[in-house]
Ligand binder design. Structure first.
Ligand code: ATP
Length: 277
């Protein structure tokens, strides 16, 4: 019984998925200069300790960027600033040329078109893969409209396309709880995609995956880039090597090095602080 089952999850939904409550669509980022994300001179201090220290980096529209760096380098703090979770002490963060991220709260950032995927998959375990995507659909203003409205042809097609993209078409009627860890990660990426974000921030997507799942995730993220921009924080260097065009290395809250993976791998500073660990 689909409807009662979905209703049961109502209380959980708002707790687990803030992004499902994404408000109505706002302005799109203006990327006419080719840059979708501007992070400039961002400083975040915790009790005097600088987690980010005048961090500056730019991400191009359509790019797939990997961010690496040792524990405590500031990767999570950077994502927190971009998504409105942490307010910086100083600096600027813009989404395209026109959207000042520092003026938005977390729902506002999501509404503007930035989707964030945390490391641990959080899907509605008791609901089917298809229902999970329905609930996450862009424009849904809560569980009632999702449940009561019949899917339009366009919405049904969007779900079908997403199921194909994340490789879960054959599992659409299965409970999300029956999926493997890797499949849950793909489902959650699919849920983010239902809101059609311009920029996806993805935290350690392949931790705990089998080698086959890692390979399929590399393929998925590579296919997502282009139409969207994707920023991936990841420690698995083989995975980073397999997907990244440009790698940014963070260290002590700053960019230590940035460039193609081959250059980064041979940079003695990077080897010293990170790769040589
Ligand atoms: N809320 C906080 N209060 C105090 N210190 C914090 C807080 N959040 C982060 N830090 C500190 O800021 C630094 C940067 O942390 P951050 O989590 O951004 O690093 P990271 O690169 O994501 O590390 P990891 O790879 O371990 O996830 C760390 O030294 C951390 O201990």
């Amino acid at each position: 019984m689909k409807t009662p089952a979905l209703l049961e999850s109502f209380s959980d939904r708002s707790r687990v998925f803030d992004f499902v409550n994404r408000p109505a669509a706002g302005a799109k980022p203006d990327v006419r200069h080719g840059t979708i994300l501007y992070v400039e001179d961002i400083t975040v201090s915790f009790d005097g300790f600088k987690a980010l220290d005048a961090l500056t980096l730019y991400v191009d529209a359509g790019e797939l960027r990997c961010i690496i760096g040792p524990n405590g380098a500031g990767k999570t703090t950077m994502m927190d600033v971009i998504t409105g979770k942490t307010r910086p002490d100083a600096g600027r963060a813009w989404f395209g040329q026109n959207i000042n991220l520092l003026s938005l709260d977390e729902p506002g950032v999501a509404q503007a078109g930035i989707g964030r995927k945390f490391q641990k998959p959080t899907v509605f375990e008791r609901h089917t893969v298809h229902e999970n995507l329905e609930l996450a659909m862009a424009g849904a203003r809560g569980v009632w409209p999702v449940l009561l409205a019949r899917l339009s042809g366009e919405q049904a097609a969007h779900i079908d396309e997403t199921l194909e993209l994340v490789g879960l078409a054959e599992r659409r009627h299965d409970a999300a709880g029956s999926l493997s860890h890797g499949q849950k990660q793909w489902l959650e990426i699919g849920m983010l995609l239902m809101q059609e974000p311009e920029l996806l921030l993805i935290d350690e997507p392949v931790a705990g995956m089998t080698p086959q799942e890692v390979e399929r995730t590399a393929d998925l993220l590579t296919r997502l880039a282009g139409k969207r921009s994707v920023v991936v924080v990841e420690h698995d260097m083989e995975f980073v090597r397999s997907i990244a065009r440009t790698v940014t290395v963070l260290h002590e809250g700053r960019v230590l090095a940035e460039g193609p993976m081959d250059t980064i791998q041979n940079d003695p500073r990077v080897v010293e602080v990170y790769l040589g660990e």
